[in-house]
Design a protein around this ligand. Structure first.
Ligand code: PPS
Length: 298
């Protein structure tokens, strides 16, 4: 049940878990916003939430969706539904953190921790049971390595000791399935929790690997899901050779995501990686059945 998941998730890796630093874009975005709200705008509860997954490409998805003139994106991660101390501040506190938007716009926030939070689904459902949810997922084994890499760099920055990924993935010769990064990649476990509160049709899954290779088709699917008129076009994206990722061109400006997005991953011992992949395989299959769709995660 839900409690078992949360106990399981919180049991291991707390000490190595960073506050989720997500600086967003490297370009100066704040200068776009005037100090007083534009006439005719207001702060409104989100019409859609990007619920995760951590390291799935949530920042890229939000920034790319924000190209759309009818989208108003929250500037920072809010962590309202997954952090009890924020949830206790109440709904008005949450709404205040939303961007000013015009009546024809939809408000979108992203907090990657919602997907693996035991309580976020019922809390979001209590706010708005017909809200449209966006979930961006990538190959769950690759996600584990990305998660490790994020923690690794945060620890380096904070002058804390770091470990090789194999030391975290393996305990006493076996795969350490209690490692938090692995737990977060059990998409079937978390998805079940969401499907208890929302019908599958209300959760659109964005293929995070496809978004990296070619963002436009994934964004077009999101436009349709959100009933937005098609406004995002191929010239909104250009491949930056130095970064090795697509960057955004919009309103006459070009910008890439922050340098913490798209970091090189460490090489993982192939036997350990194989152990990880075979452990995830059964969970992936269950997940495909749950969402009535497959992904090329192998
Ligand atoms: N266009 C573009 N530019 C840069 N990075 C991109 C892009 N599209 C997707 N990604 C992938 O996004 C990964 C980070 O995911 P998140 O933003 O969800 O991370 S976080 O949970 O908010 O920390 C990040 O993971 P890493 O590669 O491990 O750094 C990227 O692979």
């Amino acid at each position: 049940g839900v409690d078992i998941i949360s106990i399981f998730l919180s049991e291991f890796g707390i000490t190595m878990d960073p506050v989720d630093l997500d600086p967003g874009l490297s370009a100066n975005v704040s200068s776009d916003f005037p100090t007083s709200p534009p006439p005719g705008t207001s702060k409104r509860a989100p019409h859609s939430i990007i619920i995760g997954v951590r390291k799935g490409g949530t920042r890229a998805l939000l920034e790319m969706l924000d190209i759309h003139p009818e989208v108003a994106a929250a500037a920072t991660e809010v962590h309202f539904f997954d952090w009890d101390e924020n949830y206790a501040k109440g709904f008005e506190w949450y709404r205040e953190l939303m961007p000013y938007s015009y009546p024809n716009q939809i408000t979108v926030e992203k907090t990657p921790g919602y997907f693996t939070s035991a309580l976020a689904p019922e809390r979001i459902c209590a706010m708005n049971s017909s809200i449209k949810l966006l979930l961006i997922l990538r190959d769950p084994a690759e996600r584990v390595v990305s998660d490790y890499t994020q923690v690794y760099f945060n620890r380096l920055e904070n002058h804390k000791p770091v470990q090789a990924i194999e030391n975290l993935l393996v305990r006493n010769g076996a795969l350490n399935i209690r490692y938090k990064a692995i737990q977060r990649s059990l998409y079937d476990v978390h998805m079940r929790n969401w499907l208890r509160h929302f019908p599958l049709e209300q959760i659109h899954i964005v293929d995070g690997d496809a978004l990296i290779r070619d963002p436009l088709p994934e964004l077009q699917k999101v436009e349709r899901f959100l009933n937005l008129p098609p406004r995002i076009v191929s010239s909104n994206f250009y491949f930056n050779q130095t970064k090795g990722f697509y960057c955004i061109r919009s309103d006459g400006r070009e910008r890439c995501l922050h340098e913490s997005k798209g970091r090189p991953h460490p090489a993982v011992n192939s036997t350990v990686l194989q152990q990880l992949r075979s452990y995830l395989q059964e969970h992936n299959r269950t997940f495909f059945r749950l969402v009535k769709r497959t992904f090329d995660w192998q």
